[in-house]
Design a protein around this ligand. Structure first.
Ligand code: PGA
Length: 314
């Protein structure tokens, strides 16, 4: 039988070999793939050797510490990815036909949402332990990029993009407040005019952050802009800087539960604040949602599931 005929490949290439090969290429090495698939390194090597013998070409080459696919290997990788994706779809479809909520659930959330999503996801998984979750956390700009590329089952963000065709369902309040160190001169003031903030050392999230976008939009609506005293790449860094007395900032209340309860930060009484927004669950219009994804959306939209240690209150 001709070694490249599909019949020959069907008889000799196993799905397990393709799964191992995909993991080795994606993770760039045998040991990472072995750990992921719970296989010893000799087993990984042996299976890849057999796959390479069946294809009759070298599939991998070592460059420095990383393992790379050869030209033939890239084709095998592409095929392996397609087959594995089809199998994952098959798992989702059959689960659906059996009305079992299981399979992958890939969610991307903006950084601020990482303070409450694990609670919601945890409660959901208690009810549906056969769902395999994956949570990617990134700022708004990166989450939007993932949405454009249809990389996730759904996304959680604070502002629905108006330049993409999406379905968006609000499910939870998002309250934005101005915070300072408890000893800040404005901490005891009431109804602080918004323009006072432009005279303060204002700490801002990095460009691409949804929180930053909202804050700048609010100031622009009132006819002035704020020159950030310092830019910091995460809400965590902003909180630490505010607690260190470096300045004031706007953050979502979801970020602040522990620090407010501990008295390390205070909320300033600024005109126009707190800013009441919503969190949205978002996906591309027309996207076919798995049963696990649909069930998760229903779950997070049910307010009775929001009674979790999600947020500080003011
Ligand atoms: P961010 O997004 O975490 O990137 O600031 C928050 C939001 O979208 O409201």
């Amino acid at each position: 039988m001709n070694k490249t005929s599909s019949d020959f490949l069907i008889r000799h290439v196993t799905l397990r070999q393709l799964q191992i090969y995909e993991a080795v290429v994606r993770l760039g090495g045998y040991s990472h793939a072995g750990r992921l698939l719970h296989l010893t390194q000799p087993t990984v090597s042996m299976q890849l050797k057999k796959l390479s013998e069946t294809i009759d070409l070298p599939l991998l080459e070592q460059v420095g510490k990383r393992t790379h696919p050869t030209a033939a290997g890239r084709q095998v990788y592409k095929t392996a990815c397609n087959i594995l994706e089809q199998l994952s779809d098959l798992e989702n479809t059959t689960a659906e036909l059996k009305q079992v909520v299981k399979g992958n659930l890939q969610i991307a959330v903006v950084t601020t949402a990482k303070y409450f999503m694990p609670y919601l996801l945890g409660a959901f998984l208690d009810l549906h332990p056969q769902v395999k979750p994956s949570l990617t956390v990134a700022n708004r700009a990166l989450v939007l990029e993932r949405l454009r590329c249809n990389q996730d089952d759904l996304l959680i963000m604070g502002q629905v993009p108006d330049n993409l065709k999406v379905e968006a369902h609000p499910f939870l309040h998002n309250t934005l407040v101005v915070i300072s160190h408890p000893d800040h001169p404005l901490a005891q003031s009431r109804e602080i005019p918004l323009e006072y903030l432009s005279k303060e050392r204002f700490l801002e999230r990095e460009p691409g952050s949804g929180t930053r976008l909202l804050t700048e939009r609010l100031f622009a609506e009132q006819g002035f802009s704020i020159e950030p005293y310092m830019e910091l790449g995460s809400s965590e860094a902003i909180k630490q800087a505010v607690m260190a007395g470096l300045g004031i900032a706007v953050l979502s209340l979801h970020n602040l539960r522990l620090e407010l309860n501990g008295g390390h930060l205070v909320i300033l009484d600024v005109e126009g604040f707190p800013l009441q927004r919503q969190w949205y669950v978002v996906y591309l219009k027309g996207k076919k949602l798995s049963l696990a994804t649909r069930t998760f959306i229903e779950f997070i939209r049910d307010p009775s599931h929001h009674k979790l240690p999600l947020m500080a209150s003011i």
